[in-house]
Design a protein around this ligand. Structure first.
Ligand code: 5RP
Length: 230
């Protein structure tokens, strides 16, 4: 099975977590795009969605799903999103699609986080995938030096020859060379550096369950209770 087919498999499987009559939280990325395609088949049974990016909002609207502002909704039953890496406890690296800040906001608003990913994303220790960090541009160099002191190498993400600008008007640093053995502590530490908008480690907002696409079908990883979320 190709990686694309594995993503399709988990995108489809995620439908079972969507609560009919409710508003669903929707993430960003190629796996979530498969979920949005699948969601089209039950669009008349959901009230709408809260989206984590302009790109997902456009896709949701294109299939006729109403997109609510996060401020107009209290709690969401479920948030469906992909990951760049996930461990067995449900801690993740996210932000490969530069949507990490809004993803963390919608995840925090949701009772349950259902991660959908192909099995290549499952790791023992987070960090082989460079950690995306959304930053205020004037703090970039200082934050890069702080990562260097930890053994990390931070690079500004570029697009068309210029720094990529997020949906929030900020930049992304991709930090390689880190081994994140303590995701909760790492997230708390980096998040309080001046100029950091959001670090792409999701430990406080970890996955409740992960649907992993494998050659033999969907493997369900129950991450609830497998490591404390704060
Ligand atoms: C976007 C994300 C995505 O969930 C993550 O990058 C995985 O993407 P894909 O499903 O395309 O592999 O965090 O900011």
């Amino acid at each position: 099975m190709t990686q694309d087919e594995l993503k399709g498999l988990v995108g489809q499987a995620a439908l079972q977590y969507v609560v009919p009559g409710e508003i669903v939280g929707v993430g960003t990325g190629s796996t979530v795009n498969k979920f949005i395609e699948a969601l089209a088949t039950m669009k008349d049974r959901v009230r709408g969605a809260v989206s984590s990016s302009v790109a997902s909002t456009e896709r949701l609207r294109a299939i006729g799903i109403r997109v609510f502002d996060a401020n107009d909704v209290d709690e969401l039953a479920v948030y469906i999103d992909g990951a760049d890496e996930i461990d067995a406890q449900g801690h993740m690296i996210k932000g490969g699609g530069a949507a990490l800040t809004r993803e963390k906001i919608v995840a925090a608003q949701s009772r349950r986080f259902v991660c959908i990913a192909d099995e290549s994303k499952l790791v023992k220790v987070l960090g082989a995938f460079p950690v995306p960090v959304e930053v205020i541009p004037m703090a970039t160099a200082r934050i890069a030096r702080q990562f260097a002191a930890m053994g990390g190498k931070a690079q500004v993400r570029m697009k068309d020859g210029a720094p990529l600008v997020t949906d929030n008007g900020q930049h992304i640093l991709d930090v390689s060379g880190l081994q994140i053995a303590q995701p909760l502590a790492f997230e708390s530490e980096v998040n309080q550096w001046p100029g950091v908008v959001t670090v792409g480690v999701f430990a406080h907002q970890k996955a409740s369950v992960c649907l992993l696409g494998t050659a033999s079908g969907v493997r369900t990883l129950d991450c609830q209770g497998a490591g404390a979320a704060a």
